[in-house]
Design a protein around this ligand. Structure first.
Ligand code: NAD
Length: 354
């Protein structure tokens, strides 16, 4: 049996993970995967029960599992807690504890939702790209100084450090992913200015030699940021460091125009974790109107990357395409002329479409 830890978290996390588990159960029935589920707490919900946003028991259970499906954490109620007790600490604890070294964020523009994109239709139609972001290295984790005085002037600094094995690991993942997509990798760096970027580019070129079927090109990050909105269709897989990936993945997230539909995967040394990119949406929690598609698509990524079941993943993705094509919309993506549905109703329709 494949063991999946389900962490609903806070706010709409409860509703959307319940939907995704229902969908996984249907897929399991059809594809005979053999999956079992264990629900664990994290975030504010865990703090209320155990006095900690992430317990050691939960982290251990995740380490032993085949995959983790995560909802979202956070809420006003816990905003004034000391930093180490805040819900967001659960995310950092899981990242560190599971060695989540890569974040994968696909951006797909659904033809049915193209009017929600802030960009011109003709520019974004057909875009389907994946950002592979290094998650545990670089400037966010390098040595830093919050404040020092030099020649009578206060200054602060951070350091960008990357080692060859760190770059090799993320690059290999990007190339392997490109092989099961459209076979193109764009590496984004700032090699014209930064030493760490020059090493990045050298290692990417070396790794690429093992993937002769995958096309490689390089872009400086400033140009990449521009190209993402000028011509997003040119991209298949983008691989980049922690800080550039942080910025570019948020930029890419708006191309499709629907935050409720965006999944993500964080690939780990032990176990990988799958979650929608949005937060716990406290403003709509408990109302039964949250869009569960980002979480359901995250569950599809779990099938693809942790259980090696591309067939089952595609079945979910196709079912979502069909649900949208049939005109069903949750409140966040609803416009006149379509059928408005709540979380449970849209989940049932997706399940019927599998
Ligand atoms: P948010 O993503 O939760 O919500 C932003 C807006 O989008 C809200 O209006 C919300 O109603 C809407 N929205 C988000 N997901 C939706 C969905 N699936 N269906 C329908 N509408 C949806 O961001 P926020 O309001 O800035 O943050 C709320 C809380 O979530 C905060 O405590 C924040 O720290 C936390 N947060 C957690 C994560 C995470 O767990 N990974 C990520 C981001 C924010």
């Amino acid at each position: 049996m494949k063991k999946i830890i389900v962490i609903p978290g806070d706010g709409i996390g409860q509703e959307i993970t319940a939907s995704a588990v229902e969908v996984l159960k249907k897929v399991d029935e059809k594809f005979k995967i053999g999956m079992e589920y264990e629900t664990r707490d994290a975030g504010g919900t865990s703090y209320e029960k155990f006095g900690s946003p992430l317990t050691d028991e939960t982290l251990d259970a995740c380490k032993k599992a085949d995959g983790v499906l995560f909802g979202a954490v956070g809420g006003k109620k816990w905003d004034s807690l000391p930093v180490h007790l805040r819900p967001e600490k659960a995310i950092f604890g899981l990242r560190k504890g599971l060695g989540l070294f890569a974040n994968l964020r696909p951006t797909k523009v659904y033809p049915e939702l193209i009017n929600s994109s802030p960009l011109k239709k003709e520019l974004v139609a057909g875009s389907d790209l994946l950002i592979v972001r290094e998650l545990v290295g670089g400037i966010y984790f390098g040595p830093r100084c919050e404040s020092e005085t030099k020649d009578g002037v206060e200054q602060a600094w951070d350091t960008e450090i990357y080692s060859v094995p760190e770059i090799e690991r993320i690059t290999k993942l990007a190339f392997e992913t490109a092989k099961i997509r459209r076979g193109k990798v764009t590496s984004v760096d700032k090699a014209n200015v930064l030493a760490a970027s020059r090493l990045w580019r050298k290692v990417v070129v070396d790794v690429a030699k093992n993937f002769p079927d995958v096309e490689l090109n390089h872009l400086y990050v400033d140009n990449a940021a521009m190209q993402l909105v000028l011509n997003p269709k040119q991209f298949d897989v983008i691989v980049t460091n922690n800080i550039f990936g942080d910025i570019l993945s948020d930029e890419a997230a708006v191309i499709g125009g629907s935050i409720g539909l965006m999944p993500s995967a964080s690939i780990g040394e032990f176990t990988s974790l799958y979650e929608p990119i949005h937060g716990s949406a406290p403003d709509i929690a408990g109302q039964g109107i949250a869009n569960p598609m980002g979480t359901i698509l995250s569950a599809a990524m779990l099938l693809r990357y942790s259980l090696n079941r591309d067939d089952a993943a595609k079945a979910i993705e196709t079912a979502i395409d069909r649900t949208l094509a049939d005109g069903y919309r949750t409140a966040d993506i609803f416009t006149d002329g379509f059928k408005k549905v709540g979380t449970n109703e849209v989940t049932e329709i997706i399940i019927k479409n599998i």
